[in-house]
Write a protein that binds this ligand. Structure first.
Ligand code: NDP
Length: 270
């Protein structure tokens, strides 16, 4: 028999999760602060009523709004609210102290992808992932409950840096009338190419051997200075190129001028 599942939080993501559970044949109970009905689910007025289910899935905006709702009546908590590794560990500790089984998950997808294999669900803590399968492809990242959040934020960091860089580039070419639809295919093939460089870069950060015959940091610092200047000349904001320039330049001053870009990690780790 399938377990009974409750979903706390029926925002954009929580609604998608509840729908996916219904689609997989689970008996689903839902609770939302602002009362909300969802087809083929049972709505309850208090979180306590939702805690009677075998599994409670939470998907609220932040840990701060979630923590006050939790009680030791919960049997298994599958926490899909985003937070920091420390917040996840504190919730895991709370769960342990209260005899609650704890799974900490992060959703690497948008609501529209939930229930498809495009949705990766990283999870840590307990290896009990049956419910997660309804949402996408579960990927276990370790026993330490903070690890799912750590991976989540690391990947989102790449996303934000990439999107920031793309938007800056669109503004830069756009300042000369070049349309995004002309520029975007170039950006996409460039990103694909850049992605292939990551394994070697990762290896350099591991061995800390930064000798290069490809491109030295000196040249990249000069390039970032040009990029910052070009954005300024076009009347654009320079926060992103300036920040990168300053970081790379600190690594250069730290003695990495002739080393590869990977050496910047020495400055980041300081
Ligand atoms: P929404 O803003 O759509 O929903 C927020 C939910 O939190 C609602 O159910 C809201 O209830 C509830 N909530 C907010 N404040 C309180 C409170 N004080 N007490 C009780 N409930 C409260 O956000 P999403 O659904 O998009 O995001 C939910 C979580 O999922 C977040 O942690 C987010 O980072 C994560 N996530 C979202 C993704 C996305 O693409 N949307 C992708 C990956 C992760 P009410 O309806 O009453 O306001």
């Amino acid at each position: 028999i399938k377990k009974t599942v409750s979903v706390l939080g029926l925002g954009r993501m929580g609604s998608a999760l509840a729908k996916a559970l219904v689609g997989q044949g689970y008996e689903v109970t839902v609770w939302n602060r602002t009362p909300k009905e969802l087809p083929n689910t049972r709505s309850v007025a208090t979180p306590q009523e939702a805690f009677k289910s075998d599994v409670v899935v939470t998907c609220l905006s932040t840990y701060d709004v979630q923590q006050p709702l939790l009680t030791n009546e919960i049997k298994t908590l599958v926490n899909l609210t985003s937070g920091t590794p420390e917040q996840a560990r504190a919730t895991a500790q709370w769960a342990k102290d209260n005899g609650v089984e704890y799974v900490d998950g992060v959703i690497m997808a948008v609501p529209q992808q939930i229930g498809t294999e495009q949705a990766k669900i990283f999870f840590s803590g307990s290896e009990n992932h049956h419910v997660l399968q309804a949402f996408g492809e579960p990927v276990y990242v370790g026993e330490d409950a903070g690890l799912a959040a750590l991976h989540d934020l690391a990947l989102l960091g790449i996303m934000w840096a990439t999107f920031g860089g793309y938007l800056q580039a669109v503004a830069l070419v756009g300042s000369e009338g070049i349309a995004p639809e002309r520029f975007t295919p170039m950006a996409m093939s460039w990103l694909n190419e850049m992605g292939t460089l990551l394994p070697e870069m990762g290896e350099e950060t591991r061995t800390r051997q930064y000798e290069t015959d490809v491109s030295a940091l000196d040249i990249n610092v000069a390039g970032l200075r040009m990029l910052t200047e070009a954005n300024r000349e076009q009347g654009l904001d320079t926060t992103i190129p300036q920040a990168l320039h300053d970081l790379f330049e600190r690594a250069q001053r730290g003695g990495h001028g002739t080393h590869s870009i990977a050496s910047v990690i020495e400055e980041i780790r300081k």
